[in-house]
Design a protein around this ligand. Structure first.
Ligand code: NAD
Length: 253
């Protein structure tokens, strides 16, 4: 069974043999997601603008800057060729530039919106079109952030706006591609222990987040990967247009 089916055993995830593209796979969460799909028996193409390890268990690695239309086209074509099609896109690539609000530049705005929102639209739309042509349905899972709901903390308003746009976008894509059996969902991590979170937040700021989190700690990349795998699997066959809150209760909605 492929992940796009459903209605079989609730324990059957359909991930063995599923054809999966993971973006942001050199990052903390993306690497954990790629590893988890590999462990589940999926055939994975791992992509990032940064260099990727060759021994990750992925079937292939493709270096691509998702802001480039040519790179996106090359990435989807290479993935479909390598895997013989495409069932799941786990889109983890993203950028965060923390800035005091009065210091935000147009360059900060453009970078975050180009990667997090514009590139996401064209990548996910083109992946959905590929899946629609295949006629076998599919799964699109994208990483938003708690900021989509909270507006962001610690100089991340512009990032939060891009991630809010991503949620709206994925809901629109879910409505558009639902009739083709393609589900589109987002995962909203809270504070997860990766470079993106810890690189430019003070110990004091991190401690403040932890104390506001009912589970009393940062999340791990593997915990976000579990949520992405669920949404990418047959187990989530009737879930679409959803935003899964993976924040340890930091957000409550
Ligand atoms: N870590 C957290 O606490 C947290 C919280 C909420 C949301 N998120 C989201 O989860 C996702 C993964 O975050 P992470 O913590 O692993 O961050 P990370 O910085 O470790 O990984 C992000 C990856 O995206 C890649 N990337 C950036 N620009 C790109 C581009 N133009 N083309 C292709 N790849 C590009 C980077 O090279 C990097 O490897 C991101 O979308 C992030 O916004 C993370």
């Amino acid at each position: 069974m492929s992940p796009v089916g459903g209605g079989m055993s609730p324990l059957d995830d359909g991930l063995a043999g599923a054809r999966v593209l993971v973006t942001g796979a050199a990052g903390g969460i993306g690497a954990a997601v790629a590893d988890a799909f590999v462990e589940a028996g999926s055939a994975v193409v791992a992509s990032d603008v940064a260099g990727l390890p060759r021994d990750s268990g992925a079937r292939a690695t493709v270096r691509a800057d998702l802001r480039s239309a040519a790179d996106r086209t090359r990435l989807l074509a290479a993935t479909a060729e390598e895997l013989g099609g495409l069932d799941v896109v786990a889109h983890l690539a993203g950028v965060l530039r923390r800035r005091e609000i009065d210091e935000v530049t147009e360059d900060d705005w453009d970078l975050q919106h180009d990667v997090n929102l514009k590139a996401s639209f064209f990548l996910l739309r083109d992946a959905a079109e590929l899946m629609r042509r295949q006629g076998t349905g599919g799964r699109l899972v994208a990483a938003t952030s708690q900021g989509w709901w909270s507006g962001g903390y610690g100089g991340s308003s512009v990032y939060a706006a891009s991630k809010g746009g991503l949620v709206s976008l994925c809901r629109g894509l879910a409505r558009t591609y639902g009739p083709a059996g393609i589900t589109v969902n987002t995962v909203a991590p809270g504070a997860v222990d990766t470079a993106m979170l810890t690189d430019d937040l003070s110990e004091q700021a991190l401690a403040g987040i932890v104390s506001a989190t009912p589970l009393g700690r940062l999340g791990t990349a593997q915990e976000v990967a579990s949520a992405v795998l669920f949404l990418g699997s047959a187990r989530a066959s009737f879930v679409t247009a959803a935003t899964l809150n993976v924040s340890g209760g930091w957000l409550a909605y």
